[in-house]
Design a protein around this ligand. Sequence first.
Ligand code: ACO
Length: 442
Amino acid sequence: MAKDTLTITDNRTGKQYEIPIEHGAIRAMDLRQIQVAAADFGLMTYDPAFTNTASCKSRITYIDGDNGILRYRGYPIEELAEKSDYLETAYLIVKGELPNRQHFDMWKRNITLHTMVHENVKKFMDGFRYDAHPMGMLVGTIGALSTFYPDAKNIFDLESRRVQTRRLIGKMPTIAAFAYRHSRGLPYVYPDNDLSYTGNFLSMLFKMTELVYKPNPVLERALDVLFVLHADHEQNCSTNAVRSVGSSQVDPYSAVAAAAAALYGPLHGGANEAVIHMLMEIGSIDNVPAAVKKFKAGEGRLMGFGHRVYKNYDPRAKIIKRIAEEVFEVTGKNPLIDIAVELERIALQDDYFVKRKLYPNVDFYSGIIYQAMGFPMTMFPVLFAIPRTSGWLAQWAEMVRDSEQKIARPRQLYVGEEIRHWAPVAQRPEPASREDAVTEQI
Ligand code: ACO
């Protein structure tokens, strides 16, 4: 019978080792016994950017990239997008099961109770420059929350973890909306707890002089579905950040601020903005074939296409494309959609994209919707961070409870100088390449 083990022969010594395989993986620490001599450190793996390394066992999100499958706690994303809403999905992600009626009502009440922020948070946000990027404000303010809730440092206390989770999910839309209002020079709008999670967010963003803001139900639902789609995506860059920073046992506000900082980067939360720039540059449907030709020649990339994990249509992109039509019924059509649809049509018929399994990803259509809803591009990563907070917190709590986890601390392969000794400045040798070597460093 086939055994779930791997036999390795070390050609340096001729020795053989049998290593167990579990969940399709070997433990990197099992390689340490492979030594040339007793004093040898033992064999390591080298995996920059973790392209083939599992850093944890997780029960939260399942992705099968070859078949375009995404599930939260076993539930297909398509079902959740159609039948659930963001707060129910956040409960599912954080707690592992869908809530019963009573628990759902309690959860919604508990999140709603935490939508207000301390007045000093408002003042803190006032201190940012008039033109501050809302994502920079969000990152800074989430970090600042740790100073308002020193109890958050009790990360091994279940009740403390629960309270911080409700606070963060409750306050993210408020902080995000304040950041937007600040950048527009508009007064902050306080939460309206009679509205839904996304209805209240729209109110805090767009309320002007009316006494009560009535969100458009189509836009409220569209935003809610977008939040469901962005709630978690297993071990991506920002999730790795929340786990890695959280592994030092810092409070969850500091860990989530680190995750939001990771999301700020153009390769992660900024791709939908790049899609809008690309579509604006293409300018019209007639220019699409020439643009595709350029991408194929390696002059730039077709933004919003391709994914490290999905080698099939990103299931979220399909849902987002449908939402776009519903949103445009209300807002009027964003003219960029026609260019996007034509780009997709041509690219999916083209051998270059077919061979490389490049399909639209979540970002291909999301920016077009956000733009039609009136969001400036600087708000796009903020709109990603709000729903991803439930995913970050679920992943953080899973890490805190996991007895196998320790402070995250990768190894390195040192390839620098051997030992050298300090000499006074006048006696230092001047290698020809010294200037280059020094200026290369940073
Ligand atoms: N346009 C044109 N060619 C592409 C594209 C693209 N968007 N994406 C990949 N390719 C090509 C590469 O040139 C490469 O071709 P080659 O084998 O001839 O050299 C091949 O496809 C494989 O590409 P990699 O860069 O190795 O794939 P990787 O998995 O590392 O990258 C990534 C994935 C970064 C998403 C890439 O597809 C990309 O840059 N896409 C555009 C940016 C984007 O949309 N990012 C959002 C991702 S979703 C998210 O973060 C929420």
